[in-house]
Design a protein around this ligand. Sequence first.
Ligand code: PLP
Length: 440
Amino acid sequence: LAMTTPTNDSVRQLDQQYVFHSWSAQEGRHPLVIAGGKGCRLWDYEGHRYLDFSSQLVNTNIGAQHPKVIEAIKAQAEQLTTIAPATANLARGEAARLILSHVSDRFSKVFFTNAGADANENAIRMARLYTGRDKVLSSYRSYHGNTGSAICATGDWRRLPNDYARGHVHFFTPYLYRSEFNAATEEEECAAALRHLRRIIECEGPSTIAAILLETIPGTAGILMPPEGYLKGVEALAREFGIVLIMDEVMAGFGRTGRWFTFQHYGIEPDLITFAKGVNSGYVPAGGVILSNEISHFFDNRMFPGGLTYSGHPLAMAAIVATITAMEDEGIVEHAARIGDDIIAPALRRLAERCPIVGDVRGKGVFHAIELVSDRETRAPLPAAQMAVLKADLLARGMLSFIAENRIHVVPPCVVTVEEAEEGLAIIEAALTALARSQD
Ligand code: PLP
């Protein structure tokens, strides 16, 4: 097979025969075949081109095949492809220094992992060691990764078949459109959510709680924008009770919302920050934990009992250095902010006025969601069968989309041009119009 020219069919067949896939039954899959890409475009072996409005799993913030990053990976491969984590390595040191240059001087060290799940795993471990406490509080509306503690910290359905770790407690974070607190305004939602969190802390026992782990803006759960004052309130509760505040910036970090880190919009300072995805757009797998001075110093004369063979892998580190440098040089973070403010947000507001199946729109930068409903009054979510029709229609119109439950997430790469953003938004409007018409 490897000797013959690949086609869509041959590549799909190879996959179906030999590859075991995540989050799915293995039979009946018909995976999309992708052969190559550049920027926001991807293509298959037969010349079909797609506009990527998903950034894959919301990770290719600098788009596909950025030449500077490819060049840096090649150069590092020539120099040294792999080295043990205990050694000093130039690319690793530079990657850590560059990451730290985008946070305040409250932070002083970076621990590198292979991806986002093990970043959260290790952050949780650090918080437990630092506090001598056990419990981890996190949101029901969250995803934190698919490993032991990370999947149990996850609030969504993916936790339920994997709920084997101990010490995890969940609570509700604000989501006015589907309020758990019967709130009518953002202010009421915020105040009620903070009262609820305080009650959870009191009832669980503050002296048993190591960490509060939150996505700054819950991503896969629906791009749920925290109301004004919520994160400040969470930070204050964490400080009051000596609880470590971990912000999961795996999806929201590195430019996605028009800042290097999304918590920077909200005037808060966590104790640990977890990252992955956008740090090098996934060109080589990498993630990590940014440690505050205090937590970092705690381990100055105490062993940190944790490690990974590929912690700070040179190819991943070279990709991080080149990615951050390209993002700085090309103003990619500022660009993402402008595309969000000038193009995506106004277009989604117009869409909400024109399409009755749009129940709510929200977001920042290239991190927006369109929530679809079958009835605006009851807010009944658009059923899964119709979402599947919509996803297929978007693909047929040449767009790769990120669909979760009853939502389209508008999450193109941060480098999306004005023309590409407008093209994608027009495709979404055409597909929603067609769907609404088919229901009449
Ligand atoms: N945290 C958040 C907020 C995520 O969105 C994800 C992945 O989607 C993860 C953690 C897990 O990252 P990974 O899949 O790289 O392990």
